[in-house]
Design a protein around this ligand. Structure first.
Ligand SMILES: [Zn+2]
Length: 157
């Protein structure tokens, strides 16, 4: 009797199955196109890539926070940033919970895509060739996906 009840409950709950990887903000392409510049839309919503060495934050090393250019969610701190000489802004860590990762099989490669956890905007990819003295990870991010906000004081971490 109780087993039947349980099964019935589970069947009932199926349509509202939780998807933990889903971003909090869900806008249509038309809505994003109104908010973003054509370049931001291309990178963030169409998973484009800045040309290497062209991004405004590649050689940018001020103290502050790098936020998502689409939704403003804080993603990286300046102390996470390091010079990787790969042509894109590189970070060895991210603000906890700020990033979603998912497999990316495009361009005949197996890579891990990184997205803003808040709006699902495409940021770049994560690789395992980061600095060994810290995390060993390289968050390779498009400058177009970021908005830097300067902070006057060093962060508390
Ligand atoms: Zn975002």
């Amino acid at each position: 009797m109780s087993l039947l009840f349980l099964l019935a409950c589970q069947t009932k709950q199926l349509p509202i199955k939780k998807q933990p990887m889903k971003p909090k903000i869900n806008k249509s392409d038309a809505e994003w196109e109104k908010i973003l510049t054509p370049q931001q839309f291309h990178i963030l919503r169409r998973k484009g890539t800045d040309l290497p060495g062209t991004g405004k934050y590649t050689y940018h090393f001020e103290n502050g926070i790098y936020k998502c250019a689409a939704c403003g969610a804080p993603l990286f701190k300046s102390e996470h940033k390091y010079e990787s000489h790969c042509g894109w802004p590189s970070f060895d860590n991210a603000i906890p919970g700020a990033i979603i990762m998912q497999p990316d099989y495009s361009h005949n490669m197996i890579r891990t895509e990184i997205l803003c956890a808040n709006c699902g905007g495409h940021l770049g990819h994560i690789f395992d060739d980061g600095p060994q003295e810290t995390t060993g990870k390289r968050y390779c991010v498009n400058s177009t996906s970021l908005n830097f906000m300067k902070t006057n004081h060093h962060s508390d971490q």
